[in-house]
Design a protein around this ligand. Sequence first.
Ligand code: NAD
Length: 444
Amino acid sequence: MNNDLDAATANRRRFLKLTGSAVATAGVVGLTGQAAWAQGAAPSPGMAATPARELPAAVKLPPMQEDKSEKAQMPVQLGKDGRLGLAIVGLGRLSLEEIMPALATSKRCRVTALVSGDPAKARQVAAMYDVPESHLYNYETFDQLRDNPDVHAVYIVLPNALHKEFTVRAAHAGKHVLCEKPMATSVADCQAMIAACKAADRRLMIAYRIQYEPLDRQVKDWVRNRAALGQIKLITMSNCQNQSKQNTRQWRHIKALAGGGALPDIGLYCLNTSRFLLGEEPVEVQASLYSTPGDPRFTEVEEAILWQMRFPGGTRVQCNASYGTFTSKHYRVVGDSGWANMDPAFAYRGLQLKRSRIASDTSEFIAPGIEQISPPEKNQFALEMDHFADCVANGKQPWTPGEEGLQDQRIMEAIYQSAHSGKPVELPTVNGLDAFRGTPPSPS
Ligand code: NAD
C-alpha cells in the first residue's frame, strides 16, 4: 500500500510539472497540503478556462417505443463546470499510478468520490485530489453513492471477478459505469452487467484504452483503407511480462478473482486490438497453453497462451501472451503491399509506430523505406474517460460498450476450450464491421 502511495505522490509531482503555473495560481500549498488543488479549477494545458454556467434542466420526452434498447438514451446534466463526476472504485496500482494522474489532462472528467476498503488510504488519496471526506465510501456503503449528486458515474478498477457485482450495484444506484478490462470472468456475468445498465438506462463502457490511442487508431485507418498497406494477410501480436515472484497469492494468480492468467489480463490486448484493427470478428480459434511445472504463481492460472484466429476477410492473426518472460509487447500488421509495426505496443506511453510499403503501384521492385510515425503523445486514459463523459452527457452508446467486452469474453472462452481440447473451435459468423461498437470517439 505504501508503494502505491509513493507512486501516487510521484505521479502528483508529474501532474504538478505538467500543469505548472496554472495550478500555482490555483493556490497549491505543497505536495502534502490538505486539499492542495482543485481539480478542474485549472484548465488542461492548451485549453481556455470556461466560465461556470447554469445548465438548463434536461428535457423529458415520452417514450416512443416500449423496447428500452431501441429508444435514444437521455443526455445527463453534468456539474456546473461541465465535467463528469467520477467515483473511483478501488485504489490499487492502476487507479493511483495512471487513472487519477490522468485526470489532470482530462478535459471532461473529475474525481468526486473514492471507494476503498482501506479508510486511511482513502483519506490520504482524498487529500491529494481534493475529494471531501463526506465523499469517501467503502465496499459496504457503495450503494449510498445513489444519494451523491456530485457522482455521475463510477470507474470500476477492481479485480476482474468483482466487476459484475459493482457494475450491477452502480446501475441500481443510478450511476453510469466505466469498467476496467476484462469486463468480467464469464459470459453470464457480462450479460448481467449489460442487462442491469440497460434496465437502469445507464451507459456502460469497457475501458479499452488502446481503441482511443491515436497511433493504434492510425493503424486501424491503414488497415481499413486498402491503399495504405494493401490486403491485410497476417497480424502477429505478443504481450509478455514477468509476474513478480514475491506475492504468488496476489489476485491475478487466483482463478476465482482473475478468471484466468495471461489470457484475460495481457493476452486480451492482442485479442481486442486485432478485432479493433480489422473491425471483423474471428470465425475460428485454435490455442494451446503452458505453465512451468512447480512454479507457485501458476498453480491455478496459465502462465502462457498461444493462439491463432481466422477472420472472415482472410486475415490470419497469431497471438501469444506470457506471465513468465521479460517484458516484450509488440504487434505487426502485414498486407500485400506494406506493413505496420508497433513496438512497444500496449504500453501506457512510449509507443513506437513504423511503416514500410511499396511507394506506388509498380511491378518493379523498389526497396521500400521505413517511416517512423511520431505524433505528440496523448494520455490514453484521459482520451478514454473523455469519450465516456461525452457519451454520458449526450446520451450516446460508447465506442467500446459492454457488448464489446462480452464478445471478447466469448472468444476467450473459445480459446480456452480449444487449448483444453487441442482442437480448433468455430465461432458464429458476425456480419458487418464494428458490430459490437457504438459511437466513434471524436478526433483527439
Ligand atoms: P491492484 O491489485 O493494484 O488493485 C486492486 C484494488 O482492488 C486494490 O486497491 C485492492 O485493495 C482492491 N480490492 C478490493 N477487493 C479486493 C479483493 N477481494 N481482492 C483483492 N483486491 C481487492 O490491481 P490493478 O492493477 O489496479 O487492476 C485493477 C483492474 O484494472 C483489473 O481489472 C485489471 O485488469 C485492470 N487493469 C487495467 C489496465 C489497463 O491498462 N487498462 C492496467 C492494469 C490493470
